[in-house]
Structures are given as C-alpha cells and as structure tokens.
Ligand binder design. Structure first.
Ligand SMILES: [Zn+2]
Ligand SMILES: [Zn+2]
Length: 354
C-alpha cells in the first residue's frame, strides 16, 4: 500500500513536471481554442429571446475594481448601451459581446464618469463592425456637444486607421457618433419604440446637473428601469412600478463620511469638501430599497457603487438595513453581472459573465 502511494506521488510529480515544462505550449493551445470560439461566436445568439440587462461597469468616478457606469441592454438580438464609463467597452467584450454589435448608446447625463469611455466605445464599434454609418448616441440637450467633441478628439486616429487598413475595412462614413438629442415633455421622452422594444427617458433629480435622466425599458412583456444618477425621488418609484428589474445607483453616506474625515485629517480639504457635496445628489442603498419595496419590483440591482468596496464584507455596512426594507432579491452589482428575463416567463436570473 505504502509503495503504491509513493508510486502515485512520483507519477503525479512527473506529470506536474512535464506539464510545467510544456506550460507555454499548453497555454498556446488553450488560447487558440478560446480565440477561435470567441471569433466565431456572438454571445447574443446564445441568449434566449427576451430582455437582458448587464453591467459593463458598476462603479463611479473613484478608482477601484469596478469600471465606470455602463449598462448593457439586450432586447432580442439588439444591443444597446446606457452610459459609457471608463473600461465599459472592454468589459463588454470580455462578457462576450462584440463592440461591433452595438446598435446605439443612450446617455443619462454628462458627468465625466458616464462619458469618459465613449470615445473608445465609438472607435471599437467602428473597427469591430465595418459600419457605414456612425454610432447613434441619444441623450438630453447637450449630447451634440459631447459627440462633436469626441468626434474631433478621434479625428486624427480615424485618418491613421483608414490609411493603414483601407476604406474597405474601415468605411470612413462609419466613424464616430451621431448625436440624437431628445427633449423631455412633462418629464418624459420616448427614445425608441420599434420592433417590440420601447425605451423611455424620464427626468431624475441630480441637481445641479440638468438635465439628467433615467430609462425605462420594456420588451415582450419584460421590464427594467435604470435610475441614472439621482437622489431618491418619486419619479423612479413611479417608473419602476411592478418592473422585473430595477438597476439603481447607490451611495453609502457612512462610508463616504469616513473617506471625508480621512481626507480632512490628511489636510486634503478640497477632497473633504467633495465628499461632503456628493452626499446630497445620490441615493442611499436603504432609500433605493424602500423605492423597490414600494414599487414592488422583482429584483433590485445596485450599481454606480460609491464609494468603492475593496472587501466584499463591506457590502454589509454598505447595504445597512436594505434587506429588511426590501424583502425581494437584491445584489450589490459587480462588473460582468448579467440579469436575464426571457420572454414569456417571469424568470429573473442573475449570473456573472466575467
Ligand atoms: Zn455618476
Ligand atoms: Zn452624475
């Protein structure tokens, strides 16, 4: 028995040594199979018909493991992005969705964290899809200035890439974005209403940022609301009445105050002032939970997490009494989170695609 054991250890040891010696070749073979699969597949085709909402970025401006705010909306085979924060398009691709498939982008407002990945998203969509028309970018008044600015910032790069790869591969007419501003009437605007997909923008309160909107999405009987940046307001509750999914921003005053106190102690008064100021135009997790409870939403997903939570145990103080206030399922969003709501069912299933 003992000899058998020793023999087994020797065999495993040799196998490990051989594996180690050939680790480069093994990694190459693995890489080949993964890239072949990724090039051939569009993950959208593997999804059931229905509404799917994912987080290509679950954070806010502060550095941390979460990317900037970025929400994926897949309705049937259509891919729409709401906000384009830092790293969003890269996370989108890592989740299995090619940037070339992006149909359009909707912006909630023009704070830097919501637009700072837009240039890269426009470029990756162009390079990834041989498009002949620019990426439509919808938003409230001011979106034309944002899009014109990014188009100009990337104009030299456009020239480089066409010169290098040719206009057949990268049609010049597909470069950049086209702004599509909408005006709110009585606090609402229909942004998309075709092919069974309806997306409406609604006014939120992110004062002094004006305008700022959230979005309500419905497709084949499945519904979701994305709050955008806002303090807790009745409008979100009204829009979220009975929806399958509420994706709500959240800021923990307790943790932000801790950062503010540390900034003050370190003599960084400007940062302490910013920590104090941001308290008044966001929603606490408990306030969002109360909205979800009153609106009877089926799933609550927090995003735009402020401050960053470097330890998952920090979700406990972050949430406070949220789980008592809202008895339904909830999650503190992470990059890659993906909520599937198949058509013709009441299922709301969360997974993570990273
Ligand atoms: Zn923000
Ligand atoms: Zn904001």
């Amino acid at each position: 028995m003992r000899r058998l054991f020793i023999g087994l250890v020797v065999v495993i040891g040799i196998a490990a040594a051989v594996g180690y010696a050939f680790r480069g070749q093994i990694a190459l073979a693995l890489m080949q199979s993964v890239v072949e699969k990724n090039m051939a597949n569009n993950a959208i085709n593997e999804l059931p018909d229905g509404l799917h909402v994912g987080l290509c970025g679950s954070g806010a401006p502060m550095p941390g493991e979460r990317g900037g705010p970025c929400v994926i909306v897949i309705a049937g085979k259509r891919l729409i992005i709401i906000d384009s924060g830092t790293g969003g398009v890269r996370t989108l691709a890592r989740m299995g969705f090619g940037p070339g498939s992006i149909e359009r982008v909707l912006l909630t407002h023009f704070h830097s964290d919501h637009i700072d990945g837009l240039g890269e998203m426009m470029l990756q969509r162009w390079v990834g899809g041989t498009h002949t028309t620019p990426l439509p970018i919808h938003g409230p008044e001011g979106v034309d200035r944002i899009v014109a600015g990014f188009n100009e910032a990337y104009a030299l790069d456009q020239g480089y890439r066409i010169a290098h790869h040719g206009a057949d591969v990268l049609p010049p007419s597909g470069f950049g974005g086209t702004a599509s501003p909408f005006a709110l009437v009585d606090g609402e605007a229909t942004v998309i209403d075709d092919g069974g997909l309806k997306i409406t923008a609604f006014k939120v309160d992110h004062t002094p940022i004006e305008p700022a909107v959230g979005y309500r999405i419905s497709y084949k009987g499945r519904t979701a609301v994305i709050s955008g940046d806002t303090k807790a307001i009745p409008m979100v509750e009204k829009q979220a009445e009975g929806v399958d999914l509420l994706v709500h921003e959240a800021l923990s005053p307790e943790l932000v105050n801790m950062l503010g106190a540390a900034a003050k102690k370190a003599g960084r008064d400007n940062l302490a002032k910013i920590m104090h100021d941001i308290l008044d135009y966001h929603t606490t997790p408990e306030e969002a939970a109360a909205i979800a409870a009153r609106a009877k939403v089926k799933f609550l997903l927090f995003y735009h997490i402020v401050p960053p939570l470097p330890l998952s145990a920090l979700e406990v103080p972050f949430l406070g009494k949220s789980r008592e206030i809202y008895s339904g399922p909830l999650a503190v969003g992470r990059d890659g989170d993906f909520v599937s709501m198949p058509a013709g069912s009441t299922e709301v299933a969360i997974s993570n695609r990273l």
